[in-house]
Design a protein around this ligand. Structure first.
Ligand code: ADP
Ligand code: MG
Length: 949
């Protein structure tokens, strides 16, 4: 990610270092600040700009596309580049994108009052993981900086481990969202922590000196990783660091690794916030145990498209589909839930209870949503307030947000319902009742804010106009004095005109000279004695009187004192609000949960989801997954959807066959998504569902279906498969989608079969296995809990249609041929293909060929893979006939010929190709099937057939 040469740009730029002793005081101050922030690019406030010098200036100019200028002073010339402070956000974003940390060195005293050099200090270090500026943050989602510490196995055991295995190493993970103060910690072995990291998805990761780097699965959107030297990762340092946050930190963590990670991440967070000491808004350090959550590793999250969609054209994710939240708090809460579904049946049911009640109370739900959409981002507000960064507008936003709380309570617990005799008072669901109890109205805080802060305050808090009249007597007096003075001056013109008889006399004000009385030259003789000359203009003179001067001083003095007093009062109010940080955070949590639950209820109602029955596997260990008329929550929104049942006894392996595009992948995912949805507390898109609580959902998509780059796709496929075979349990759900595809047919088939057998025999994990290796269906007769499902295609109104309907049993081994026939491929070719399939069925090779061919034809997305561009000429199963078609640029048809053609083709194949067929094949060569959709391709072929007959 980082492309700039950070060495010369962060810390002290060499060009400045070289002349360090000769610098002017200002540049010398710049040099000091640079030297103190070695890993950051320092932006140095000079008036209205943030400036960088020397090499740093060159980088800023290039990255931010601003002009590179020269600063000239008595000591020399320095390249200089600046960005306007008023409008810094987009420039800062560019610098962050380049992988820089940016230290902001602000002027920390008023430039006008400074004698000599203005004092400057680094007030914050902006980094990808710790930005707090709303403009730089994507408001809905969390932005974490994470740290990982490692305790070697030897240290854990207290004595050197004989084997010295790395497996005993314990890793601690801590993550902080600097904007909201959320702090999570957990620990485990390296694999667990690596998986958690993928789940937390930090923008930035810090590792201790003893920790090997963690490479994100996706380097492009992954984190910026830095190894931290020094003592921040040391236990003692960490304990000290943590003391302001939690009492007795030594006892509060699961392991030393966890404690050290927490210490390090907070040290870094404090550093980025200008080293002002502890971050008060980090009120909770939440420990969690990954085992308390359904484990979904990064691969599963991706292939289930929970948060990102890698498919071409499509853009929807499960999260988008599910997100009907009304405010940022709720949106982030829903995201957290989806990243970490529950595994405790009681907690799951209690969320379902709440969602169920909300589905029934449309009116309350709408009201809550309405009020929540008026809420500001409470977590971030309270973060700014406790850091002393909030301005008056923030306090007003807090006020507006607190104001909706009583309304929300009222919506959920209507007054009349409380009295109602025949009906139990709402809410019925314990979970919801509990949430209502947690809706702290914080009345005192709200009153204080309302009394103290004017309704529409200015951005600046030092220039007055912030504190409301009636809040403070002294302030009111000062403002009264100021007001009276101004009124007196406003009347002065009339009074003086009368007194002097000069009708053209004017009273005015300039910034430099203050108030004056202006008399034109023609009237100078009428000027009274108490007028003192202040200024001579071309045609007039300006005067003041001692009384005017006195009044003016009074006004100015009162105004200045009032502004200062306002600032003081404002910070007092802010501090008093900051004292309630914990309560406000608790309220934020409650609102967030409520919003997320309402969102789930809205989705359930709008899209016809139902409450699943949740089975505790401890109470009913034999319960399998049962879904009646299940739909894929994302795909169903794109058009007509054919619901399908799933009945998967525990530990069963369903082998799913059928042509490409017939619905296998969608079917499997819809089962997995029902499980994920149910375990976050959502209803599910089914007619009914009975689901055991699962511990893990794995998904593995064969290499040829997964276009993600990186390591050799087949290597990756295999290492992912290995992971499943290690970690799956009888409480896991495993989806294998075309696994084994990335290698030769024989190897792939062997791997697929071995994996299916192992899952069935050794692991007992419930498995859905979509495969194009038709012979895998034999397993059903060999193994007790293996059964077959299949998808088919039919011809309706002359068009080939995929029914997308699952059925029991294996697909006919020649379904490829059947689809070809449906599509109108010449009968002779179909006939011959069928012979070959049947003849070769015993070793599975010939059927492999033909079905693969049709699948490839039918799926343009695979055109670029290892087995691309299977050609229609292959229906004739003849090398010679195949060649001309591959010559159209697809070229690699020969690549897959090894599949079966070599084995299955005999020389007399051509004999079955009569004249009509040859003609058809000629026409086929003209077609660019790779660029068509499958249906288009099949329909075109059908038309072609019509033309020929
Ligand atoms: P396969 O894995 O068998 O190649 P997919 O599951 O990828 O097939 O489905 C191909 C396309 O068919 C999907 O993108 C979707 O648009 C559509 N589809 C799949 N299942 C259904 C269904 N049950 N109802 C409606 N359309 C479906
Ligand atoms: Mg598929």
């Amino acid at each position: 990610m980082p492309t700039a040469d950070h060495e010369t740009v962060t810390g002290l730029p060499p060009g400045i270092a070289a002349v360090r002793d000769d610098l002017t005081p200002m540049l010398s101050q710049y040099a000091d600040l640079c030297a103190a922030h070695e890993d950051a690019l320092v932006l140095f406030q000079v008036g209205d700009f943030y400036e960088a010098f020397s090499e740093a200036a060159e980088a800023v100019a290039r990255i931010c596309e601003v002009t590179l200028t020269q600063r000239e002073d008595s000591t020399g010339e320095y390249p200089m580049a600046g960005i306007p402070i008023d409008n810094a956000a987009s420039y800062l974003e560019s610098l962050l994108d380049e992988g820089f940390r940016v230290a902001i060195a602000d002027q920390v005293e008023d430039a006008e009052q400074a004698s000599g050099l203005v004092d400057r200090a680094v007030t914050e270090v902006i980094t990808p993981g710790t930005v707090v500026d709303d403009e730089l943050l994507n408001s809905g989602t969390t932005n974490y900086v994470a740290a990982v510490a490692c305790e070697s196995g030897a240290r854990n055991a207290g004595a050197p481990n004989a084997a010295g295995t790395a497996n005993d190493d314990r890793y601690g993970l801590a993550a902080v969202d600097v904007a909201t103060g959320e702090c999570l910690v957990t620990d485990g072995d390296r694999a667990t922590v690596a998986e958690e990291l993928e789940r937390v998805d930090p923008a930035e990761l810090l590792t201790g000196p003893e920790t090997a780097p963690f490479t994100p699965a996706d380097a492009e959107t992954g984190w910026m990783e830095s190894s931290m030297a020094g003592d921040v990762f040391e236990r003692r340092t960490a304990v000290e660091r943590l003391e302001p946050y939690v009492a007795a930190p030594e006892n509060r963590f699961g392991s030393d690794a966890e404690l050290r990670a927490a210490g390090a991440v907070l040290a870094y967070a404090e550093y980025t916030q200008g080293d002002d000491g502890p971050l008060e808004y980090v009120a909770r350090i939440r420990r969690y145990d990954p085992r308390e959550h359904l484990r979904l590793d990064a691969t599963a999250q991706r292939s289930l498209e929970l948060f990102e969609n890698r498919g071409l054209g499509a853009s929807a994710t499960l999260f988008d589909t599910l997100d009907e939240t009304s405010c940022a708090l709720g949106r982030r809460c829903l995201e957290r839930w989806l990243r970490r579904p529950l595994v405790d049946p009681e907690r799951i049911r209690s969320r379902h209870d709440a969602v169920e009640e909300l589905t029934e109370r449309a009116f309350a739900r709408d009201a809550v949503a309405d009020h929540l959409s008026a809420a500001y981002d409470l977590e971030r507000l309270v973060g700014r307030i406790s850091r002393g960064r909030a301005n008056a507008r923030d306090l007003r936003s807090l006020h507006a947000t607190l104001a909706v709380v009583p309304e929300i309570r009222e919506a959920l617990v209507p007054d009349d319902a409380e009295e109602g005799a025949d009906e139990a008072p709402a809410p019925h669901a314990d979970h919801l009742a509990d949430l209502v109890d947690r809706l702290d109205t914080l009345t005192e805080v709200r009153d204080l804010l309302d009394r103290a802060v004017v309704p529409d305050p200015p951005q600046e808090i030092t220039e007055g106009g912030v504190i409301r009249e009636g809040f403070d007597d002294e302030l009111d007096d000062l403002r009264a004095t100021e007001r009276e003075g101004r009124e007196w001056i406003a009347d002065l013109e009339a009074r003086e005109r009368e007194r002097t008889g000069i009708d053209s006399l004017k009273v005015g004000h300039t910034q430099v000279h203050g108030y004056y009385i202006e008399v034109t030259d023609a009237n100078l003789e009428k000027v009274p004695d108490d007028y003192h000359r202040r200024q001579t203009l071309k045609n007039s003179e300006r005067y003041y009187t001692p009384e005017l001067k006195e009044r003016e001083d009074e006004i100015v003095g009162a105004a200045e004192r009032a502004d200062a007093l306002e600032y003081e009062l404002f910070t007092e109010v802010r501090d008093r609000v900051a004292d309630e940080t914990e309560r406000i955070q608790a309220l934020a949590d409650a609102l967030a949960e409520l919003d997320a639950l309402c969102s789930l209820a809205t989705v359930a109602v709008d899209r016809d989801y139902v409450r699943p029955e949740i089975v505790d596997p401890e109470q009913d260990p034999s319960a399998g997954i049962r879904v009646e008329a299940g739909r894929h929550p994302v795909v169903e929104r794109q058009g007509e959807f054919v619901p399908n049942d799933a009945d998967l006894p525990r530990g069963s392996v369903a082998v799913i066959t059928g042509p490409n595009m017939s619905g296998k992948s969608t079917y499997m995912r819809s089962v997995a998504l029902a499980v994920v949805l149910a375990q976050i507390g959502s209803f599910v898109p089914t007619r009914s569902a009975r689901l055991p609580v699962l511990d893990r959902v794995f998904t593995r998509v064969g290499a040829s279906d997964d276009i993600a780059g990186g390591q050799s796709t087949f290597m990756r496929e295999m290492s992912e498969l290995t992971e499943i075979l290690h970690d799956a349990s009888p409480n896991s759900l495993v989806l294998l989608d075309e696994v084994g595809r990335g290698t030769s047919t024989a190897d792939g088939r062997a791997i697929a079969r071995a994996a299916a057998e192992f899952l069935h025999d050794e692991l007992g994990a419930t498995t859905l296995f979509a495969t194009h290796y038709h012979d895998l269906t034999d397993l059903a007769s060999e193994r007790e809990r293996v059964f077959n499902l299949h998808f088919t295609a039919t011809k309706e109104d002359g068009d080939v249609t995929f029914l997308h309907r699952v059925a029991e049993g294996a697909a006919s081994s020649s379904y490829g041929v059947e689809v070809a026939e449906l599509a109108g491929v010449p009968p002779a070719v179909v006939e011959r293909s069928r012979e070959l399939v049947d003849g070769g069925a015993d070793d599975g090779v010939a059927s492999g060929t033909t079905e693969a061919d049709v699948e490839q034809t039918a799926d343009p997305s695979t055109a670029a893979d290892e087995e691309p561009d299977a050609t229609l000429a292959d229906f004739a199963a003849d090398d010679d006939l195949a060649e001309p078609v591959t010559a159209d640029g697809s070229g690699s048809g020969a690549d897959r010929q090894h599949d079966g053609a070599e084995n299955a083709v005999d020389d007399d194949t051509a004999a079955v190709v009569d004249d009509a067929t040859a003609e058809a094949l000629d026409a086929l060569r003209e077609l660019e099937l790779a660029t068509m959709t499958p249906i288009e391709a099949l329909n075109t072929l059908h038309d072609l057939q019509d033309d020929l007959t």
